[in-house]
Structure formats: structure tokens, C-alpha cells
Design a protein around this ligand. Structure first.
Ligand SMILES: [Zn+2]
Length: 283
């Protein structure tokens, strides 16, 4: 499942490809992904609209458009869910079976595909109002982070997945950040000292910034060639194992800890896997 770094990489890839493009037609194949926006409204607002900007907030893609049918700029919010992909494809390419929405941009189509339809592409942007601070921005500070953890007795690993606490962290980077901060994933959130919170704050920023710089943790497949513009998430059959190269504990149960060589362990917390080193993460 894509997290903040993967979405950031996708946003940087799509931004120049979409800028200035006009939507000539909107084909909604799965109305569920637009919810709560009705397909009629979606088509009416977006047909003829021009892409003017694209940014990221947490794990959301925030498309900005200008539309003759709306006075103010239109915000289109995208979320890839578990299996969503967004990419541009030539008009003559076969349309993917699970395409949920297809925008006709003239020479190319901009496609949102989702095999499980857990993602979103909607004109309702209220979801981003509930998000916590962006972890790589100045809005995310150790003192406030410490205060925000105070009321919670939840295990810190589970708490880090709460998008209201800090936006964009998922299962992969929660495990990685806790390992780098040398904190046990089982530690109650309200038990962290300010010094521990500072370590965690630094670790979160470090793992996310590194992942963005590395391109993406989740292997990316550019299709037949980079020029095709095809870009999506999901492991390609021949893709190198990026997990091994970039991640220190995630999905590495039984393998040696990079710091102490003792085996990494897997733990289930709130029905999700956590990977950690019990020796290095004792605090
Ligand atoms: Zn260790």
C-alpha cells in the first residue's frame, strides 16, 4: 500500500504531465470511487476543466483545476487506497479492465485504475481537513507531537497510523521509524518522554525524506518504456527487491537486524504486522 513517499513520487511524476491539459471527456466506470460526489456532478464540473496544479497532502493527491462550470478553482482529491494506480496512456492502448475513471485529455487518457476500488477520486475534499501535520513541514514539531501523544494509551506503532496525529505514515514507515528511533512498537504513546519523541520525530522525517529521495519503496513499473508514461504501484515480476535494499526491518522477520544481527521479529498489532528488533528497540 502506497504511503507518503510513494504518493510524493507519483505527484512529482504526474505534475508536469498534467499541467495545462484540458479534460475533454469524463468516463466514469465505477461510481463508487467518486463517493460522495454524484457521477453527474463529477462529469459536469470536470468536463472542459483545465489542470492547473497538483500537490500532496498526507496520502492524498490534490489536483487543482479551473472550470467554466465553477467560480472558484476546483479541487479533485485522489487516494490510491490499497491497489490504486494513476497514469497517462496513449488513446490507442487497451483500457485496463479495472479502470474506474478515464479522463480524455486529447492525445492521451489519464486513467485511475483500482482493482479493489478502495481508493477515491472525488470533488469532496473534506477528508484532508481532518489530517494532522505534514511530517516533512515546519508544522510538525517535537513539542506538539509530544502533546498530541499524551492523551493516548495506544501502542505507539498503532498511534503512528492515525492520520490525525501526523499525515502520511502507514505500516511500512511506522516500523522503520520506530526501529531508527530505537523505540519498542509496544510502548504506550503517553509514556514517551520528550527525548524519545524527539528521536522519533527525527526518525520519521529521516525515513520519509530518504524514501522520497530514493524514488519509491514500492517498485514502480514504467511499462514498456519510460516514454509511455505508464506509472503505477505494484511489484513487477522482474523488479529488484527494493525492500531489501532500502528497508531495515519491514517484512524482514527472521532476518538479521542490521544493527545487532539478532533476528527481526514480526508482531501483530491492531490486525497489522509490525516488524522490529526486540534487542535494539527495548525502550
Ligand atoms: Zn537489533
Amino acid at each position: 500500500m502506497p504511503e507518503l513517499p510513494e504518493i510524493e513520487v507519483l505527484v512529482r511524476h504526474l505534475r508536469p504531465l498534467l499541467r495545462g491539459k484540458i479534460i475533454r471527456g469524463v468516463d466514469v466506470r465505477r461510481a463508487k470511487v467518486l463517493s460522495p460526489t454524484a457521477p453527474r456532478k463529477f462529469r459536469r464540473v470536470l468536463t472542459g476543466a483545465k489542470f492547473t496544479g497538483l500537490s500532496r497532502r498526507g496520502k492524498y493527491l490534490r489536483f487543482q483545476l479551473r472550470s467554466k462550470n465553477a467560480a472558484s478553482p476546483v479541487i479533485l482529491l485522489g487516494h490510491l487506497g490499497m491497489t490504486g494506480r494513476m497514469f497517462l496512456a496513449r488513446k490507442n492502448e487497451r483500457r485496463p479492465k479495472h479502470a474506474a475513471v478515464i479522463f480524455d485529455l486529447g492525445g492521451k487518457n489519464f486513467i485511475y485504475e483500482d482493482t479493489r476500488y478502495f481508493g477515491r477520486l472525488t470533488l469532496d475534499a473534506t477528508a484532508i481537513q481532518k489530517l494532522g501535520p505534514e511530517p516533512l513541514s515546519d508544522d510538525f514539531q517535537p513539542a506538539q507531537f509530544h502533546l498530541a501523544l499524551r492523551p493516548s494509551r495506544q501502542a505507539i506503532k498503532i498511534k503512528l497510523l492515525d492520520q490525525k496525529l501526523v499525515a502520511g505514515i502507514g505500516n511500512i514507515y511506522a516500523s522503520e521509524a520506530l526501529f531508527r528511533a530505537r523505540l519498542s512498537p509496544k510502548l504506550a504513546a503517553n509514556r514517551l518522554t520528550l527525548a524519545q519523541v524527539k528521536r522519533l520525530w527525527r526518525a520519521i522525517r529521516g525515513v520519509l525524506a530518504e524514501a522520497i529521495a530514493g524514488g519509491s519503496t514500492v517498485p514502480l513499473n514504467f511499462g514498456a518504456g519510460k516514454a509511455s508514461g505508464l506509472f503505477y504501484f505494484g511489484r513487477a515480476p522482474a523488479a529488484p527487491d527494493f525492500f531489501e535494499e532500502r528497508l531495515r526491518v519491514y517484512d524482514r522477520a527472521g532476518r538479521p537486524c542490521p544493527a545487532c544481527r539478532r533476528p527481526i521479529q514480526r508482531l501483530v498489532q491492531a490486525a497489522r504486522s509490525t516488524f522490529y528488533c526486540p534487542h535494539c528497540q527495548r525502550a
